[in-house]
Write a protein that binds this ligand. Sequence first.
Ligand code: FE2
Length: 545
Amino acid sequence: MDRRQFLSGLAVAGLTTACATSSKKSSGGAPSTAAQPVETAVPTTPSTPLPDGIFSLGVASGDPTDSAVVLWTRLASAATTPDGGPPTGDVQVAFDVARDEAFKELVASDIAVARPDLGHSIHVDVTNLDPDSWYFYRFRVDGQTSPVGRTRTFPAPSAKADHFRFIFASCQDYQWGTYVLWKHAAAENPDAVVFLGDYIYELSLGDLSPAQDGSRVWASPPPTDLATYRARYAQTKSDPHLQAAHAAAPWIITFDDHEVANNYAGDVGQGDVDQPRSRDRRLAAYQAFYEHQPIRVTPEPDSFESLELQRSLRFGTLADLAVIETRQYADAPACRTDASLISDEGPSCAALEDPKRTNLGAAQESWLADTIAASKGTWFVLCNPVMFASINTGTAEAPTYTRDVWDGYPAARQRVIDAITTAKVPNPVVVTGDWHASFVNDVAASAGGPTVMPEFVGSSISTVIFGTDYRAANPHIRYFLGEHCYASVTVTPKSFTCAYVYVENIWDENADQPHRHVVGHRRFPRGHAGLNGHGHGRQPGPAKV
Ligand SMILES: [Fe+2]
């Protein structure tokens, strides 16, 4: 389906005002060393018995360092009701971290408090762990024990690592198909999962299943407040394949637009044209996002006026990762007209080129420049929600561009590119979500200039596929695949290999033997890629294996 045609058919959701904030800090965290035997923590029994299935949303971990990882769960027994079936007051929950799946070698066991003002979610930052090590974890409360999750720490910053395997993915609308791809991703036992946005979707499209069996229909109305955003996460997280992927490895997560609403920018919703009217809805959405994701926010937020998602991670000397988001502080897409409002697609215009326009915001942009300058890893991986390279979605004679991605902020994009070239980052790569198809692009230092870095764009797990192949008008697109897929990356000191993994039919949960398209990219021999002219186009092209 054509991207623009599909978007033009979407209804713009209405707005209501509701916002919840929290004021207390969770007891969370439990540093521990293995020097002394660790005693199993015993939580206080709740005054009111909890309903069965209190861990129905599963467990997750995220934001690994060389000594810490965040563990997550949320107490909710009825995933498809707006309040998630939680208890009413504070609830003590025990957590255990062990080296073995049987929990005989405990390294941490303590109590966290699940509070109603954060939806009875729990974020525990477990510290003092060994570097480059795998662990198992679980939660316990009122006689119930959660599923067991597996997580890991990254190697020490100065340690050499010979490989790093991560999945990256985006766009998982519960309505559009099963999450069978997460089953395959979990089976790969990656070191980490990078999720680049659109974890939930806000639109209700009815029953899209081929069998018309109602199996993937939203049980809640289009979200506009905290309760309805919580309901979207709860239903999304009820899927067993998604839970398996969370339980398999730590996740590194950012958001895109559909965690709030299509093509929003700051307080400007798409239906607002350019009038900021969507603040309360956005803050409710950010709170629900935080409550459902294993992300480290220090201190735990007591307000959702902003949610700082930019962060860097280091996998030994092999790879530095920088995670960004491009919606929260973004100027509204430029040059909106009645015709382009829904898709934010159209020809370039003078306002688009304004150097003051930003999608990162000044603070995040400054942080990113500093992070790029400080990168010392063999590889620098920019984890980026939306298309970075310029893509002409029209023709050579009448070019058009998508204005809610980096093409809508060309001066800001150039500043990121300049930061990379100035710092002479030896092997930069950008991994991207959002487009609902897979691309490998050459990112140019400037229009018509040498290649600075490759961009690997992942497809969607389960949204509509936008299968238009733009290669004819865009020779810098080196590869295109219009399938639902996740990307499986193997990083070594000499190569960055990306496999696009897909199945024939995402409605078939029993699908096995997924297809893999492997795209290789070798390390640049010396110096900066763009300056030395070693574009990844010199490397072997995609090969079906
Ligand atoms: Fe998406």
